[in-house]
Design a protein around this ligand. Structure first.
Ligand code: 03F
Length: 209
């Protein structure tokens, strides 16, 4: 019934470590969602997200017992790559993936909070723009910002977006937003924990693409 509730994230343990296998299982459902959004511009975003998931999974599968948590991966790569780190491997892939996850978090939270453009109540451009400005824009040069502008124009109507989140079923807006809120209960702390890990390990970079 709901893409979001089918793919609920797990509650974090008290130490806020993120289990690599569970995390990869959870995020692996996100790329397929772009297929129902229509425009070609979403395939660029889909393949970027997919590529980062694949890079992290490839590292994990080399030694699942060693890379139980995402932090295990970052620490092993820091040891292995020294000066090149953190602009390398799964550390770099997760650095970017987390920004996309943060974008999704802000977008969904803004919808759940009922933020909307009163003149265009069936558009989600204000919600998308807010998410972009907070999560991604500072890392993008003008060419990538142009891709964002194209995606913004191609963005689905609010009603279609909510319908897509409900697997194509016509559900009442309030019911769908209740699912969004439920999804965010574990999703938001997971994204926050990954950001905190990058801060703690001094692994965040701020170059633009
Ligand atoms: C850097 C960079 N990646 C890449 O160059 C950019 C690609 C295009 C980015 C376009 C941005 C547009 C975002 C706005 C979309 C609005 C759509 C709204 C629809 C509703 C990195 O790439 C590589 O990743 C890394 O591996 C490499 O090594 O420097 C590194 C080298 O470069 C990015 O900026 C990441 C972009 C992530 C965008 C995520 C957008 C998510 C949008 C919608 C999600 C819908 C939510 C559905 C929820 C479903 C839940 C199941």
């Amino acid at each position: 019934m709901s893409v979001l509730l089918d793919n609920q994230f797990r509650e974090l343990p008290p130490d806020k470590s993120v289990d690599t296998k569970i995390f990869l299982d959870n995020v692996s459902h996100i790329p397929a969602f772009f297929d129902c959004l229509g425009s070609k511009v979403f395939s660029i975003i889909k393949s970027d997200i997919n590529g980062n998931i694949t890079k992290i999974r490839a590292v994990y599968l080399k030694d699942p017992a060693k890379y139980v948590t995402l932090q295990d991966i970052l620490e092993a790569e820091r040891e292995a790559h020294q000066a090149e780190w953190p602009k390398v491997g799964a550390t770099l892939a997760l650095m970017w993936l987390k920004r996309g996850l943060h974008f999704i978090q802000i977008l969904l939270q803004s919808l759940a909070d009922g933020e909307r453009d009163e003149n265009n109540p069936n558009l989600i451009r204000v919600n998308i723009t807010k998410a972009y400005e907070q999560a991604l824009k500072r890392y993008h040069g003008w060419i990538v910002q142009k891709i964002f502008n194209a995606a913004l124009l191609a963005a689905p109507y609010r009603s279609n977006f909510l319908k897509a989140l409900s697997k194509g079923e016509e559900v009442k807006e309030e019911e769908c937003l209740a699912n969004v809120r439920q999804f965010l209960v574990n999703y938001t702390p997971t994204v926050d924990a990954i950001y905190q890990m990058y801060t703690n390990l001094n692994a965040e970079l701020d170059y633009t693409v």
